[in-house]
Write a protein that binds this ligand. Sequence first.
Ligand code: G3I
Length: 363
Amino acid sequence: MKFPICPRFLLLVSALAVSPPQSLRQAADSAGVLVGTAVRPSLLSESAYAATLAREFNMVEPEDALKWWVIRQNRDSFDFQPADEIVRFAQAHKMKVRGHCLVWDHDHPDWLAHGHFTPPQLSQLLHEHIDRVMKHYAGQVFAWDVVNEAMDEHGKLRDSIWYNQPGIGFAGQGTTYLEQVFRWAHDADPRALLFFNEAEGETLNRKSDAIYEMLKDFKHRGVPIHGVGLQLHLPGPELDSAALAANIARLTALGLQVHITELDVSLPVSPPASPPIGSAGHPVHDDDLLHQAQVYRAVVHACLQNPGCTAIQTWGFTDKYSWIGSHSHGTRGRALLFDQAYQPKPAYDAVLQELSTGWRPAK
Ligand code: G3I
């Protein structure tokens, strides 16, 4: 009896027979997917940081440089310099740039947080912000997280300065304020892809159901939105990958793109009192790293399975610089693809292997 040879096996053999990809970027380019990471401009002068970034990724996203508290340190000025540095690096290395984020209720500069603005004033401020920032980066930033983390864990709209405290004039009207900011964003840069970016709504749960229903309504009514960002900050090496794939499938069935936007898989590390994380005195648990690698592989596989999933992005790429350490008071870390010395971890190998299969179903 002849057994049909699985196309995926043939793809893998032919790909590896030619010359195996030497970087995530090479493998991603072959697979037709973007592989990106969050970037800090202050680190671009560190040679190992810049070299690894340019070699391994075909997309970058400012981790903080496009946020209100960086760009708008006062009401009357826009400081684009930090993000411009990242855009210049990307252009020099032929990388795409994702923008993050225009509407979020986090880290407001004091003049905004304590300005006691009225809804009409906030509407004017937000419209001006979206317009000025997107026009400055038109043609340089191909996709924007227009809105970030607007829903709580139950799928309800978070109270925020932009929604109802006091909001931009649509308080109590549900997602109308979100519709308004997407329309402003599309007017500002009609060529940019506009994304709704969220955390903890990546698999199948009340939150992802609420996101799906909102996006279904927006698409039905012609609201200019092109995709959804699934952050995937995973607090450990556990993931319901089947549920992730099912969520990606239902979102792309709406005609939306899916970007994995902030992937990291954190591990328990010793508290600050013990040797610095990753130092020689800090034991690295191989099992943890192997479980972490399996989760990274599962995320990449779930994305590659669906042609509508067009980008996979980690939130930083070296354990030397990650938001997790400071935000977990040193109890969690080692979440990324490279260790503190920029050496690839098992998770890197797993992502490279999965990308190298190049297996993508026809669109
Ligand atoms: O650099 C300033 C310093 O000059 C100042 O004295 C100090 C006190 O305000 O703040 C420092 O900036 C900090 C910045 O990180 C750089 O370290 C901010 O306080 C701190 O809030 C900021 O945290 C960022 C956080 O978003 C809030 O903006 C993290 O870097 C960033 O990784 C994190 O990223 C978010 C995504 O945007 C959205 N999804 C969740 C993700 C993780 O929280």
